[in-house]
Design a protein around this ligand. Structure first.
Ligand SMILES: Cc1cc2nc3c(=O)[nH]c(=O)nc-3n(C[C@H](O)[C@H](O)[C@H](O)COP(=O)(O)OP(=O)(O)OC[C@H]3O[C@@H](n4cnc5c(N)ncnc54)[C@H](O)[C@@H]3O)c2cc1C
Ligand code: SF4
Length: 541
């Protein structure tokens, strides 16, 4: 038996790859789910007209989603924080100047993600022990089960679509207007190293007889479930006769010996956020330990949980692992021309346009900007940022011209994240996670803003630098590389199949093994790489 741990994007991609090799696969998963009452409310929404979703019946979608000046503190799914809930008995997380979360949910963080997907290109793969073309086939495999909304445009030259099965969600009118301006200045923008195209998002325009109705609720969770979650793929995998799913288990340790792997688990008991002490009692934490044995195990628990599990399994306490992070920032821009009626417009509210900046004077790596047009959370955040000037947002003049860039830098320009597992005197564990200081990359962000300001004609907008928000390391959720892949791995590193130095049957397959983190969205490549490791079985088995 081959075991995969975790049903997030990397886990399902790995499982699909192993099934493709004709193997018997068991996926072990903590597997927390949306609470039953919310699931019923969601099903209720699917039975009524989308025009009523913004009414009382859809009120639950907005629970916990209030934007402040720094944006939305935590993006929920259908009003629930289940994707971020922790388990009783996990190492206490102590954060210092960093922001990182593990997910113990069925589908992991893809329950809440923004679904932006753009592959990695060769020039951004610093430190990777193999060329980008080795991932190409696996990007294609991922798009066999993950939907893509995008278009053929100039981004394709550097970032192939890797599928012919894409659809095109209609862009918002603000995005259409900006695309017109960009189009009119294409050559000069290109001369300045700025390329643009439609955002690529993992969203199905239609699914199970339901269409995108441009209800604008994407940030709260799609009532039609059109935004991809790896739980969708898990659902499909469960129909496969060689696939077995074991939810409700927390893997605590993995080991290997005598040609086998051994996986220790205990019941996954979520901590009730309203009563954190209540469920963390010894009886809940120490429920029966169950051990599994098999040929190989593939860890896809997400960077924080995989790192914790590996450090514990390797008995590497008090010895930090350093993760790489793609620096994340938010930058509002003010368009010269407004678009009327944005508050009432039927639109989707995921990323609309991608801008890719390539300027050796700023960075040798691609800088990735995702453009968001109007959504109600953006308006809330803006009001908080403006303080006493907030009434200026009430009319249309400002809101019709405001857009938001969500920017990412290559990890070479980003502070690293230190992760150290420690044993407390009580015997419990603590995972100390801190952001590296001084914070690298701020200068690069300023240079990007300067470049955007100089390109104001092509973009048809000016960046609002006083409203720039630089986020703590990890906050953009594009982190990895705590056990980087190397051609010849040393202690704390992995080989090209994700096996920590000295091990032959335990593979880490998520972004924990990325040698560096390019700016152009992490999850698609984490999936492709996990699929690659499964598919290249003959090279290491
Ligand atoms: C708000 C938000 C927006 C994002 N937007 C984007 C985006 O637009 N584009 C992009 O590329 N990325 C985005 N991301 C990041 C993306 O969600 C993650 O990169 C991706 O989910 C990581 O996948 P994974 O499979 O490695 O891990 P996860 O998604 O974290 O899944 C981990 C899985 O492992 C299981 N698990 C963990 N520990 C254990 C254990 N000990 N025992 C058993 N099971 C375990 C969990 O149950 C879960 O199923 C976003 C993230 C967030 C939070
Ligand atoms: S606009 Fe977003 S939330 Fe609404 S149906 Fe389309 S994808 Fe789903």
């Amino acid at each position: 038996m081959h075991y995969v741990i975790g049903s997030g994007p990397a886990g399902v991609a790995c499982a699909a790859g192993l099934l493709g090799k004709g193997l018997e696969v068991t996926l072990i998963d903590a597997g927390l789910q949306l609470e039953e009452p919310r699931r019923r409310e969601l099903e209720g929404l699917q039975e009524i007209s989308p025009s009523e979703w913004r009414g009382k019946r859809g009120g639950f979608l907005r629970d916990g989603m209030r934007a402040g000046s720094a944006g939305v503190p935590l993006k929920m799914a259908y009003g629930s924080d289940f994707a971020y809930r922790t388990l009783a008995g996990t190492a206490d997380l102590v954060l210092q100047g960093a922001s990182i979360s593990a997910s113990y949910a069925r589908g992991g963080l893809s329950n809440v993600w923004g679904a932006a997907v753009l592959p990695y290109r060769q020039s951004d793969l610093t430190g990777w022990p193999f060329p980008a073309e080795r991932l190409a086939k696996h990007y294609r495999s991922v798009f066999e089960f993950m939907p893509l909304s995008g278009r053929r445009d100039e981004l394709e030259e550097q970032f192939p679509l890797y599928t012919e099965q894409y659809e095109s969600l209609e862009t918002s009118r603000q995005a259409q207007a900006m695309l017109c301006d960009l189009e009119a200045h294409r050559e000069s923008l290109r001369g300045h190293g700025i390329r643009f195209g439609s955002a690529r998002i993992a969203v199905a325009a239609h699914r199970d007889g339901r269409d995108c109705v441009r209800c604008g609720l994407c940030m709260y969770g799609c009532p039609h479930r059109l935004i991809y979650s790896s739980a969708d793929t898990l659902h499909d995998l469960q129909r496969h006769e060689r696939f077995h799913y074991l939810p409700g288990l927390q893997v605590t340790r993995v080991s290997e010996g005598a040609g086998r792997v051994r996986i220790l688990t205990r019941p996954a008991v979520p901590i009730d956020p309203t009563n954190p002490a209540g469920l963390a009692s010894a009886s809940n934490i120490n429920g029966a330990t169950t051990a599994f044995e098999g040929e190989r195990v593939y860890l896809a628990c997400g960077v924080l949980a995989t790192t914790t599990l590996l450090l514990r399994s390797l008995e590497r306490y008090d010895s930090p692992a350093w993760a790489a992070d793609s620096k994340y920032f938010l930058l509002p821009i003010l368009r010269f021309r407004g678009t009327s009626g944005v508050r009432a417009e039927a639109l989707h509210t995921l990323a609309q346009i991608f801008l890719e900046i390539e300027d050796p004077a700023i960075s040798p790596y691609t800088i990735h900007l995702q453009t968001y047009t109007y959504n109600d959370l953006f308006e809330q955040a803006l009001r908080s940022s403006l303080g006493f000037l907030a009434p200026a947002v009430s009319g249309n003049a400002l809101i019709s011209r405001l857009l938001l860039f969500q920017g990412y830098l290559h990890s070479a320009h980003s502070p690293r994240i230190r992760m150290e597992l420690r044993r407390k005197p009580s015997g419990e564990e603590e995972m100390q996670v801190s952001g590296e200081t001084p914070r690298a990359g701020d200068k690069v962000v300023r240079a990007v803003i300067g470049k955007l300001a100089r390109s104001y004609k092509g973009i048809g907008a000016l960046p609002l630098s006083p409203l720039l928000r630089l986020s703590a390391p990890g906050r953009g959720f594009h982190s990895g590389g705590s056990f980087p892949m190397r051609e010849r791995p040393q202690d704390g590193e992995t080989d090209v199949f994700g096996r920590p130095s000295g091990l032959t049957r335990i593979h880490a397959v998520d972004s924990s093994i990325f040698p560096s983190v390019p700016a152009t969205t992490i999850t698609l490549s984490a999936m492709a790489n996990a699929h690659r490791i499964a598919d290249e079985l003959e090279l290491y088995a």
